[in-house]
Design a protein around this ligand. Structure first.
Ligand code: KIV
Length: 305
């Protein structure tokens, strides 16, 4: 982290108004994901604008094949851990599959849980015009909603795999309409994932709300990445739009190998890792032990053998 990035970070708690003001000033907005306390603390201290507790949790932390298996319980558990580490960044909880699709009433109740039980400031949900009613109801209850369009991972089976979306003019037009509908419904921001940069740029120019891109080019108002991808902590694959800033998985493996070798050749723990007893207390202990030993009756059975 450079001193500049930390000092240019907003001083107080980042709100949806702060994000809107950043868009108006054309200041890029930086979001990353977090799922645990130490990552949340490090992100908050680094000056990040927003933290998404994404349902990518399912893949990069829990080892599921996709995000579909993630439950409300799992999301809330990780949201609470992140919230405990953050005092400044804006916090968004990702609504998991089937927590908002069944009915508006369920969507509203589950969205409320993210604020009430998860310590989040806002929720995110995937989908376009079909989500407008749910978005309106959640926003009416005072809960900020971030939309998510493009390659929405909960629909991976409908897309037939992890494929870039909105590549034809027809599909791009539908996506732009969806973006406008979500803005009208009350979304305070949108994530655009894996779509052509030109389409994302058109949407960012057209909408007043901040557009946060992931694999959507540099024309968005901000960017988000899955932190495990950026840190090189996810072993299965790295999407082509990710810039890896570290290779922590390899570093973790070599640290583990070094530790195992140290334990096996007894170079760990070294004297500085152990607690020595006060010499006087040790002399007393040895004396007491010898007294105890002299008082112990020889065991009959042992004697017999
Ligand atoms: O779950 C997640 O991390 C996300 C981001 C990829 C935007 O939805």
């Amino acid at each position: 982290m450079s001193a500049t990035s930390a000092s240019s970070a907003p001083k107080g708690k980042v709100s949806i108004q702060t994000l809107r003001a950043k868009k108006m000033r054309k200041e890029p907005i930086a979001f990353l994901t977090a799922y645990d306390y130490p990552t949340a603390v490090a992100l908050d201290r680094s000056g990040i604008d927003g933290i998404l507790v994404g349902d990518s949790l399912g893949m990069v932390v829990l080892g599921y094949q996709n995000t579909i298996s993630v439950t409300m319980q799992e999301m809330l558990h990780h949201c609470r851990a992140v919230a405990r580490g953050v005092s400044r960044a804006h916090l968004v909880g990702d609504m998991p599959f089937m927590s908002y699709q069944v009915s508006v009433a369920e969507a509203l109740r589950h969205a409320g849980s993210f604020l009430q039980k998860g310590g989040m400031d806002a929720v995110k949900l995937e989908g376009g015009r079909d989500r407008a009613l749910a978005v309106k109801a959640i926003v009416s209850a005072g809960i900020p909603v971030m939309g998510h369009l493009g390659l929405t991972p909960q629909s991976v089976h409908q897309f037939g795999g992890w494929k870039i979306q909105a590549t034809t003019s027809e599909a791009a037009k539908t996506l732009i309409e969806d973006a406008l509908i979500l803005e009208d419904a009350g979304c305070y921001a949108l994530v655009l994932e894996a779509i052509p940069a030109e389409v994302a740029q058109l949407i960012s120019n057209r909408l007043a709300i901040p557009i946060i891109g992931i694999g959507a080019g540099s024309g968005c108002d901000g960017q988000v990445l899955v932190t495990h991808d950026l840190l090189g902590l996810f072993d299965r694959f790295t999407p082509s739009f990710v810039k890896k800033y570290a290779d922590l998985f390899s570093q973790m493996e070599s640290a583990f190998q070094e530790y195992i070798a140290d334990v096996r050749d007894r170079s760990f723990p070294a004297p500085e890792h152990a607690n020595a007893m006060d010499p006087q207390a040790l002399r007393e202990l040895m004396h007491n032990i010898s007294l105890i030993e002299s008082e112990i009756e020889p065991d009959e059975n042992i004697r017999l053998h």
